[in-house]
Design a binder for this molecule. Sequence first.
Ligand code: ADP
Ligand code: MG
Length: 267
Amino acid sequence: MDNAVAAPPPAIEVNNLSTRFGDHVVHSDVSLSINQGEIFALIGGSGSGKSTLLREMILLQNPNAGAIKVLGTDLKNLDEAQALALRQRWGVMFQHGGLFGSLTVLENVSLPLREHTPLDDALINDIAAWKIAMTGLKPEVGAQYPAQLSGGMMKRASLTRAMALDPELLFLDEPTAGLDPESAGGVDQLVKKLRDLFGLTIVIITHDLDLLWQVTDRVAVLGAGTVQGIGSMAELSHMDNPVIRPFFDGARGRSAQPSEVASSKPK
Ligand code: ADP
Ligand code: MG
């Protein structure tokens, strides 16, 4: 008998993906694998195909070739029931929040529960209120409308809604964009807390160097249609690649690095 414990399968596997719009090639050959429980970031210049890759991972768009497996399921040729079942296992926070302006925060968070569970209204209310508290919002925020929220509160409310159905996977597009440093730091800590509490796998698109250094486990750098580098920020900081260097060089890149990394010599 083999007593070895099998490594858990990856949460997401992308193999030899290619995507083009007309004759504009966005991904020519993208492969990467994201572990369960990992906080994983996609970075790269504007137009490098980060959002497109994320949209492909959540069944909003199809690649031209290659394969994507999410939670063990190949995304190709799913029927509607299979796609719906899979969609309920992840939460998504879009760049501009995506909350319904005509609904209160509590109603926004309740919506996925109303649509996808048979729970009664009283229980849905309790669950939504509990989730709102969990993301660090005061109970009275539940009765407010999105237009009344600060940027940081809006991000927390969107995250709360993404967490409504107890997802295994969370996709976040620019979760700290447009926030002041203190609010951004709060969102960083919240992302970490959600992973630590629930063992979530979290995929983030971001340019935020503090978020990258302080919260992510591994990062993939997209550029010229492929993955230019993949590893921890400390590992990437030693890579000599013109697509990767800008994240580490210059005043902004250097100031975000923990001092022990910034001062260590490249290997
Ligand atoms: P990123 O998020 O890295 O900035 P995107 O994935 O949004 O990049 O876009 C990658 C490239 O694909 C860009 O050149 C963009 O203009 C193009 N693109 C994205 N979506 C579409 C679309 N639906 N139709 C045509 N071109 C698109
Ligand atoms: Mg984008």
